[in-house]
Write a protein that binds this ligand. Sequence first.
Ligand code: B16
Ligand code: MG
Length: 217
Amino acid sequence: NKKGFIFDLDGVIVDTAKYHYLAWKQLANSLGIDFTEKENEQLKGVSRVRSLEKILSWGNKTLPQDEFTRLMATKNDEYLSYINKMDESELLPEVKDRLTFIKNKKQGIALGSASKNARYIIEKVDVKDMFDAVVDGTDVSKAKPDPEVFLIAAKLLNIEPENCIVFEDSVAGVQAANTAKMISIGIGSEEVLGEADYVFKDFTEISEEFINTLINN
Ligand code: B16
Ligand code: MG
């Protein structure tokens, strides 16, 4: 039997949240809007458009469409200045080992990310070859918690959603996996990700035995 293992990117494979934070903070502050790590938490798993809408609403600001579009590009340029410097040393602990283990077991592996930069990032940190399918922010029309991103991934893997397992660090992503009828594994704190079927702090807590159980059930 073959299972589909679907990985979110930011917060699961790499910690790019810190770069999103720096880029959004610079942008928000330039508009006179306060932006702390607490606000940044609320942008996890959220699309770029929706993120800027939220920041503007926190600052009680509205912008004409062309200015909005320009600021999104400014944020992304700043974000990419950090991404350009990334290498495999920024992979989160034991992610690569688990990917290799799953690959050696001949299971399906897909990426399911909201980021439009996902393809570039997995190349930068040298895990691109691990994935049989990649679905990112350029492939979906509906953002998480809509299950679209994971359903497309399952389809590309040619594996039924019921036989897929999703690793996610965001609440919206866990909800998307649950709605898709996939097994949801939260990466982070039980307090935040309580809706997931299982929660682990990070991949150091996910044993090969546990992965074997997922494959065989
Ligand atoms: P981009 P994920 C998400 O990635 C991030 O968690 C979220 O903070 C970001 O706004 C979103 O990607 C869009 O990213 O601006 O690069 O298109 O967690 O779904 O891998
Ligand atoms: Mg994430």
